[in-house]
Design a protein around this ligand. Sequence first.
Ligand SMILES: Nc1nc2c(c(=O)[nH]1)N[C@H]1C(S)=C(S)[C@@H](COP(=O)(O)OP(=O)(O)OC[C@H]3O[C@@H](n4cnc5c(=O)[nH]c(N)nc54)[C@H](O)[C@@H]3O)O[C@H]1N2
Ligand SMILES: Nc1nc2c(c(=O)[nH]1)N[C@H]1C(S)=C(S)[C@@H](COP(=O)(O)OP(=O)(O)OC[C@H]3O[C@@H](n4cnc5c(=O)[nH]c(N)nc54)[C@H](O)[C@@H]3O)O[C@H]1N2
Ligand code: SF4
Ligand SMILES: [Mo]
Length: 671
Amino acid sequence: MAPTSTHRVRTACPLDCPDGCSLDVEVAGDRIVAIDATPPDEAANPLTEGWICRKVRRMTRRVHGPQRLTTPLARTGPKGSDRFERISWDEALDRVAAAIRTAIAEDGPASVVPYLYNSSAGVVAAAGLTPLVFEALGTASVDDTICAATAGEAWRLVLGTMPSGDPLDAPHSDLIVVWGANPTVSNSHFGTLVEQRRRAGTRLVVIDPRRTPLAGKADRHLGVRPGTDVVLALAVAAELERLGGVDRGFVAAHVEGADEYLAACRAWPVDRAAAVCGVAAADLTGLAADLVAAERPLLRVGWGMERNRNGGSAHRAALSLWALAGAFGRPGTGVVGSTSPKEPATGGIRAAVLGDAPPAAGRRVVNMNRLGAALAGEGGPVRVLLVQGSNPAATCPGQAAVHAGLAREDLFTVVHDQVLTDTARFADVVLPATTHFEADDLVAGYGSYVVQDAPAVIPRVGESRTNNEVAHGLAVRLGLDGAAFDPAPARLREALLAGLSPPLRLQREGFVQFRDVWPAHADGGEPRARLVATDADVRAGADRLPVFRENDQDGGPLTLLTPATNRTVTSMFAEYDPPDPAVRLHPDDAAARGLADGDPVVVSDGRHEVRVPVAVAPDVRAGVAVMPKGLWCEATPEGWTANVFAPDTLSDLAGGARFNDARVEVRPARP
Ligand SMILES: Nc1nc2c(c(=O)[nH]1)N[C@H]1C(S)=C(S)[C@@H](COP(=O)(O)OP(=O)(O)OC[C@H]3O[C@@H](n4cnc5c(=O)[nH]c(N)nc54)[C@H](O)[C@@H]3O)O[C@H]1N2
Ligand SMILES: Nc1nc2c(c(=O)[nH]1)N[C@H]1C(S)=C(S)[C@@H](COP(=O)(O)OP(=O)(O)OC[C@H]3O[C@@H](n4cnc5c(=O)[nH]c(N)nc54)[C@H](O)[C@@H]3O)O[C@H]1N2
Ligand code: SF4
Ligand SMILES: [Mo]
């Protein structure tokens, strides 16, 4: 056989990962043969540093793999089974449009629920036409609460629309605090950067119930009891005041509500807080002393600590600590969170499609985390569910209720995805989606300030179509203006860039929080950090000050955490490279239950059971169990993942998910 010549194409990675790597892809004919990083001196995103993760290096297994969907499918067997037949795109879109029309006619537009998330799609695919089709039809909309909503709202309350610090600023810091984040796995280029700085002498503090890889290298690790960070932050603030470390000049100029806030902190002397948080009192004082000693302290807040009942309070209190310490205004200081623009990226495309039509009023809003409840009728009937860029059967809290809802024979479900996910198995119609290697798009990772072109590198695999093409196909069938919903990527790209927010552009020159960019609150208040919520925000449901609440979940003595692993991006790739499903326990917790490493166990909350092996893990805090996020349901004999234990009640702010409030018991599995 003649050797096929290959060529190299440059693009970027849009997966739900902060890094936004620049990619070089080797292509032979219409197939990808290798995926790697763009060389360092040529990469649009310098964070890439010449390497990428194993997930994307191996991604040809998804792009060209046997599980790839290549044609639309229609269900022929019971819901949740694997029985489908191939149908044409016209047939598929006709069926979906007919189901939507019937539902609207019989039960009103609110009975149509578009579950769109697309956090691993490019910017144009994610912030594109699909939500606008449903807005134009006046259907329900789904509120993006499953991730980052709680942290984002806490940021808004304290810092307004001020952009995140730039992760590439970390080399200027003399103290880095990594709080509720595991960047070694979930933001790996930043993790490497922190390790480099640690070796160069920067002090490192990690606050995490697990001894993560960075915690193992840290100068101080506070192995906090899950959900108690708010107490930790309040107590450290009180210690900071006691040590004379509150930056009075900064506070007078740039902070509102410090007196009231500090008064509340004094209710948490270190001994009381240490008992609640399960850490040494000396480490609380020690962290306050670290902040006093440092000249350029940087905080990296993750999303691990938002996923519980106190998530909003915890994030507010962590940001407030930085404000009290005056840890802003100089290179290497400030807070790194999400670098996504604080305003929605959809603005430009919406204007191009819907003109200046005001947002449709009175639409039903479904909280993503309440999908199971919504499918059971909470807030009104659901007749049609369209899922795009998400796999809620595997990733949503309240998994049993989600599956029960998806199994309803009177629900018409459409899933647009690249592979036959756990959710797609429940669909009436399955639509094949492109991967990011098959369509032109833009990439703007949420852990860097670079916007990159991400051109297609190969032609479409099979008959796959983009999100915007599906939206256009539905729009024309549902009586909307086909020209307005033209899915041409160049048009959408241009419209999107026209609506791009200024901080993204500003960053090209570099900025420092409280020097070049300031808190900006929507009510036009002073450009100050706010430690106390405004009356308007309190009326909208925010606590006036951060509040600590005990976990109200029953289910067992162990708190079950489900952090990201290096195998998947949430559930993507778990079809061929799943994380180890084992439940990880501290040696004392394993011994107390008579368990040895590798023993088969039952994880149970009294309602559901999952059979997996146990891994005895000294890096896990006592009282805590750990299972991976992102497994597919086939990973356990019961067909449940850890999400069956995740409560579908909501966090204290923005209706966020409480994955890490799950409570379980672990017992030996007797054959
Ligand atoms: N490889 C890989 N990378 C990913 C992802 C992936 O699935 N795989 N997912 C992406 C997505 S969608 C997101 S949102 C980010 C998430 O990435 P991260 O922000 O790192 O979030 P998690 O992995 O959920 O949890 C991070 C850490 O928080 C700790 N934690 C749990 N509860 C608490 C608590 O109450 N307090 C404190 N202080 N710590 C706590 C956990 O032990 C864990 O080590 O990663 C993204 N990057
Ligand atoms: N137990 C537990 N569960 C969690 C979490 C946790 O900490 N613990 N974390 C949560 C977090 S942080 C998040 S962000 C959510 C994410 O949850 P999901 O939104 O369900 O994310 P994924 O599992 O990555 O599913 C994304 C799907 O989109 C498909 N896809 C990718 N690109 C495209 C595209 O361009 N078009 C279309 N149509 N499809 C595409 C992929 O194949 C994949 O099946 O999960 C949450 N689930
Ligand atoms: S998933 Fe993250 S680390 Fe991996 S290539 Fe994409 S951006 Fe880079
Ligand atoms: Mo996420």
